[in-house]
Design a protein around this ligand. Structure first.
Ligand SMILES: Cc1cc2nc3c(=O)[nH]c(=O)nc-3n(C[C@H](O)[C@H](O)[C@H](O)COP(=O)(O)O)c2cc1C
Length: 232
């Protein structure tokens, strides 16, 4: 075997471009779009979100990434602001998130700061959800204890009564107005560190990290990205 055969062998698999792009966000979005198109799993937009208390106790759970805005560079997800993660994010807006696409062997790691989406955006997304999910958002005090499954289902019935919904119309598929609960929001993760990882032969994966500065506030100023290839 020649040196060139060895190099060829370890070059197998779709890695990162030899010259790293200046901005990782278009590549991240392309990876998500590709995974969505390939539809190898029911939720290719699933990501694990890690939050942490101000004293550094971390917690993680799976969420759906509903959009990636390449410019200016944030990801959007939706949740209940009174949930465990919601309270942690209020106290400490620094978060990390990870996507894993087993086929074609890719991982994307994101770090940044969360900011609530504008109400109009949360309203529009909430209105697009199936009525069962909209009702569920009213019924569930997400992350709070409940005595039994039956008690939870009773809370769903109570939400129908509280919202004065026409159950017949809902079950017949009619359109019924269910407003967004005040504690249910979109969150934007303004990214200041993104790592893209592509699996390779013999664990010689291809990794690169991009970092940039992020200012304060809800629409932070962002610095230029800087890219660095990492050893696997
Ligand atoms: C595939 C999948 C997608 C999920 N998507 C969401 C989501 O978009 N928003 C959400 O609040 N919870 C979602 N969940 C539930 C969360 O993982 C979690 O149980 C919930 O948000 C409560 O987390 P917390 O107690 O840490 O706040 C999803 C779970 C799975 C398995």
């Amino acid at each position: 075997m020649t040196q060139s055969d060895l190099t060829d062998m370890f070059s197998e698999g779709g890695g990162l471009p030899e010259t790293l792009p200046g901005d990782p966000m278009p590549l991240l979005r392309a990876w998500l779009d590709e995974a969505t198109e390939a539809a190898r799993t029911p939720n290719p937009n699933a990501m694990t979100l890690c939050t942490a208390t101000p004293d550094g106790r971390p917690s993680a759970r799976v969420l759906l990434c509903k959009a990636i805005e390449v410019d200016p560079g944030y990801l959007i997800f939706y949740t209940n602001s009174r949930s465990r993660k919601g309270e942690e994010m209020e106290a400490n807006p620094r978060v990390a998130a990870v996507f894993h696409w087993d086929e074609p062997g890719r991982q994307a790691r994101i770090e940044g700061r969360v900011v609530r989406s504008p109400d109009s955006e949360s309203d529009a997304y909430f209105a697009s959800r199936h009525w069962t999910s909209r009702l569920g958002a009213w019924a569930s005090d997400q992350s709070a204890p409940i005595g039994s499954r039956a008690a939870m289902l009773e809370k769903v019935t109570q939400a129908v009564i509280k919202l004065d919904l026409d159950l017949g119309a809902l079950l017949d598929g009619g359109e019924v107005n269910i407003p967004r609960p005040a504690h249910w929001f979109g969150y934007r993760i303004w990214v200041d560190r993104a790592e893209l990882w592509s699996g390779g032969t013999g664990r010689i994966h291809d990794r690169a990290v991009w970092t940039r500065s992020l200012g304060e506030g809800d629409a932070p100023e962002t610095g230029a990205w800087s890219a660095t290839r990492l050893q696997p």
